[in-house]
Every structure is written in C-alpha cells, then in structure tokens.
Ligand binder design. Structure first.
Ligand code: C5P
Length: 239
C-alpha cells in the first residue's frame, strides 16, 4: 500500500464535492484527482467515436451491447489523457489525444455519457491504475463516487458529501443562470435523478458511503461550513 496520505470525497453530483475537493487540496497543497472528469472524457470520446448514441436518441436508454462495452473498454485503454493548467484561467483542463476537451466534458450530455460508461465493470478496471497513479507526495485529494470504497479504500480520511436532489438541482440551476446559460429546473431535476438512479443501482462500484466515511449533508450548509467540517476532521487524522 502507498504511504501517500489520501483524502477521498465521494457523493452524488451537485453536492459540492468538486469545490470542496479543490479547496481542501489547496489548503494542504496536495494533488487533486477529479475522477468524474475521466469518466466524462471517456463518455464524450465514446460518443464521438460512435460507440454510444446521442442522449436524445431513443436507443440511449437501452443497455449497451457486449460489443459496445468491449469497444468502449478498448477506447479507455487507448486514450492519451493529460491534465494541463490553463495559464489564463488557472483551471485544470484535459488534453485527450492532444485535443482540449475542457468545454465538451462539462455539458449535461457529457455527464449522461459518463454515467453510461461508468456502469461498465471492465471500463472501471481499465481506469483503476490511471487513478491510483495520482497518489503522489505530499498527498492527494480524490473526488468521485468510489474513491473511498474502491480506488483508495485504504485512505486515512473518507468523506461522503450529499444533499437532497432538489437542492442539488437548484444549485445547478443558479450556476447556469449565473453563466448566462438558459436552464429548465424540471429537466435539471430529472437529469440529476436519472443519474443518481444509474449511479446508485449499478452492479459495479455503486454510489454508497464507505463504512468508515464521515457523511456530511450539505443541503442546509454553506460551502465554508462544509469546508471547515472537512478540515477539522481531516487535520486530526493526516497532519
Ligand atoms: O463527478 P462527475 O459529475 O463529473 O461524474 C460524472 C459521472 O461519472 C457520474 O455521474 C458517475 O456516473 C461517473 N463517476 C463514477 N465514478 C467516479 C466518478 C464519476 O462512476 N469515481
């Protein structure tokens, strides 16, 4: 087992994991793994390669065939994925086979593609080493769904951050409105519920808190309150 300290932050989409993981990583000056970005990259790339249909096609709801699953797994092993810092925005952006997919992976369709490919066991296995390699000194904050249960099951600190679906949809709605993008509350709530349903009920690495995770419900909490709870809890264990 690696001796690099790891803090895992798992939970459903929109609970604030990404923001909290970034804040915690910069607080300790540790590396950050956004594992959802890997599934989004693979989902978008699989769609570009014609291996999964568009979200609005009726066949999107069908289970993927064994052949499709094998092709997506091969794609997962072939993609060259690199994360670079955009010098202007300072945001971390993915280069996939040298193409910057920063914008494409942040759409709601990309999230749906991600949860579709994430339900394939062989895909999750193919991405395992890539994720484990993010654990480098002085430490790692890993954000995802199965960081504490599977990928870093030996982590010293495990957080499960959740919030009600309604609250998560409202936050996403506000984010989109603030960006000047139109949004439909009912469609957002539906998309979050569909994704929760797929993530929680899949047979491989379903979204569940690790037995030794601290569960935080952020529905009624500010980002600062969540951050402080995580730092108080983590500092006792990793510093
Ligand atoms: O966290 P994010 O919303 O970017 O993740 C997109 C999708 O990728 C999730 O809905 C989930 O299906 C999948 N995912 C996963 N395991 C992870 C991270 C993300 O299955 N560790």
């Amino acid at each position: 087992m690696s001796s690099v300290p790891v803090i895992t932050i798992d939970g459903p989409s929109g609970a604030g994991k990404g923001t909290i993981a970034q804040m915690v990583a910069s607080h300790f000056d540790w590396h950050l793994l956004d594992s959802g970005a890997l599934y989004r990259i693979l989902g978008v790339s699989a769609n570009h390669a014609g291996l999964i249909p568009a979200v609005d096609e009726a066949s999107f709801k069908h289970d993927l065939s064994v052949n499709q699953q094998q092709n997506i797994t091969s794609l997962a092993t072939e993609l060259s994925i690199e994360f670079v810092i955009n010098p202007r925005s300072k945001e971390v952006e993915p280069l996939v086979n040298s193409v910057n997919l920063a914008l494409q992976i942040r759409t709601d369709d990309a999230a749906q593609f991600a949860s579709k490919v994430a339900a394939i066991g062989s895909v999750r296995d193919a991405l395992l080493d890539l994720q484990k390699n993010f654990a480098k000194p002085p430490g790692l904050v890993a954000d995802g769904r199965d960081m504490g249960t599977v990928v870093f099951s030996e982590a010293k600190v495990k957080i499960f951050l959740t919030a009600s679906a309604k609250c998560r949809a409202e936050r996403r709605y506000q984010q989109l409105i603030n960006k000047g993008v139109g949004a439909n509350m009912r469609a957002l709530l539906q998309s979050i519920e569909d994704r929760d349903q797929r993530d929680q009920n899949r047979s491989v690495s379903p979204l569940v808190p690790a037995a030794d995770a601290l569960v935080i419900d952020s529905s009624e909490l500010s980002i600062e309150q969540v951050f402080n709870q995580v730092i108080d809890y983590a500092s006792e264990k990793v510093v």
